[in-house]
Structures are given as structure tokens and as C-alpha cells.
Design a protein around this ligand. Sequence first.
Ligand code: NAP
Length: 283
Amino acid sequence: MTATLIDGVKIARRLLDDLKPRIAALNARGIKPGLAAIVVGDNAASEIYVRNKMRACADVGMHSAVHRLPAGCSEADLTGLIESLNRDPAVHGVLLQLPLPAPLDAERVMRHIAGEKDVDGFSWKNLGALVAGEPQLAPCTPLGIMMMMDHEGLALEGATAVVVGRSVSVGKPAALMLIARGATVTVCTSKTRDLAKHTRDADIVVVAVGKPGVVTGDMLKPGATVFDVGINRLPDGRITGDVDFESASAVASRITPVPGGVGRMTVAALIANTVKAAEKTAG
Ligand code: NAP
């Protein structure tokens, strides 16, 4: 079998296009959805991620701004900026670009972002809503993956899904979203004894680990659909996912590429969350 590519670039573009009428409706009411990104220190990868997010805002006609603080800033400087953005009516989404330089504690700082402006979906309020089965602003990467699944028309009810990785930002919320849609979900971690035993059983495999080649073709059920979340830089500078693309695409029926897969959808989901936040504020 040779897998069909799930084209994140194309699906993200469609999603962003679909948002435009909603943005136009807000504009007609005098509201321009606005996203504020906070960048602390100098991190080349963060700069690329933020640039892509700002570009996507511009593409759909949304307002965006980047607020920069030096690496040596205090936690009070950072939380003070967050509080001022929480109060700013022109800002509907506040995004804290991670990682933060040491010794800043991202977990603690993020708790200052108002739940209704937490467009990354990492606040306890938004994560709790997800656990309760009443999602509000859901974490962008798993939200983007679910949007891809729907675009592909994947039947989730009754499907067997394996999520590899249990981070708060990707693995755990992805598992919760799949459970909410009626999939039977197994979550694997670094402690899982026999990863292949689990992945071989799955119709859908979501891999969010951060290690190239953690899932290979022989670990997949023929015809499985694979979502590769990983972004890894190889010694030669190339970017690769967590899944061994060559062997996996010989076994899977559908697979996301890296780059051009889940990453694009993460940005699109962020924009969707910001529009949703603006609509909620607007009533
Ligand atoms: P993370 O917080 O480091 O979590 C990694 C998870 O993988 C942990 O739960 C860990 O298990 C598990 N793990 C490690 N080795 C494993 C193994 N051999 N077998 C099974 N599980 C294993 O990472 P993350 O934030 O979720 O990110 C994962 C990857 O996705 C990274 O490459 C990141 O850059 C990428 N990412 C991409 C996007 C995107 O938009 N495409 C967004 C976010 C993240 P333990 O909990 O037991 O340690």
C-alpha cells in the first residue's frame, strides 16, 4: 500500500478561507479580531513560529501584534504584560510563545492569561472544559488534528486510536478529543512496554513524542491513518517528524507529512480559536 498524503497546507488554507466570512461579520459590527503574541528572549525557532502565526493573521485580515521582552525579564514584567493584554478590548487572543528562557516558569506564567483569551487552550479553565466534554478554546495542535480527521471524513466512532505521547499540549488533549468522538483510545508513553503491540492494533495513530523514527511501518496496521506531530531537526538541518515516513507510508492508507502536515493546522486552529474568542466577546 502507498499512503495518500493528508495535505495540511491545503486543509489549513480551506479552514482559513472558511473563517473569512465570520471575520467579515465581526468587522461589520466594528470588531477586528486581534491576536497578541508575547516573545521572551531570542529563540530562532520561536521567531519562525510567531512569524507564521502573524502571517496567517494578516492573510485572513485579522489584527496581530508581537510584544517582546528581554530574556532577563522578571516574572512580574511578563505577568504585568499579560494582565494589560487581558484588559485590552482590542485583543481577543493572548499567546505566550514557548519555550520561555530559564528561570521563567511557563506553567505559572500561563495561568495569568484570561481563560476567554487563552487561544492556545492551555489554561486549566480550557483544559477542564475539555475534560468535562464541553470544549471552549481547545489546544490548537490536537484541535487541528481533529479538523484534519473531519476533513478526511475519518469515522471516529468505534475506531481504535493510539496516541503516542501524553503532553498537556498535545497527547492528553488529543486523547480526550478522540474519546469525546467515540473512539477507543490508548495512550502510550516512554514507559509503555511494547509500543508496537498497541500501534499495530490502531486504525488511527497520533504520534507526539519528539524523537525521529519512534514509529516505523512494521509497527502499523495495514491501512491505518497516521498523524505525525513531531518536529525534529536532523544534524543536516532537515526537519522530520516522529514517524519513519518511508516505511510508514508503505503500510498506512493515509499519513501527514512533516513539514506540511499537522504544523500548518496548528496555526489555522489558533486563528480559528481567536475568531471564536472574538465572537464570544461580541456576544
Ligand atoms: P513532550 O512534552 O516532550 O512529550 C513527549 C511525550 O512523548 C511524553 O509524554 C513522553 O512520555 C513520550 N515519549 C517519549 N519517548 C517515547 C517513546 N520512546 N515511546 C513512547 N512515548 C515516548 O512533547 P510535545 O510538546 O508533546 O511535543 C512532541 C513533538 O511534537 C515535538 O517534536 C514537538 O516539537 C512537536 N510539536 C509539534 C507541533 C505542531 O504544530 N506540529 C505542536 C506541538 C509539538 P513520558 O511522559 O513518559 O515522558
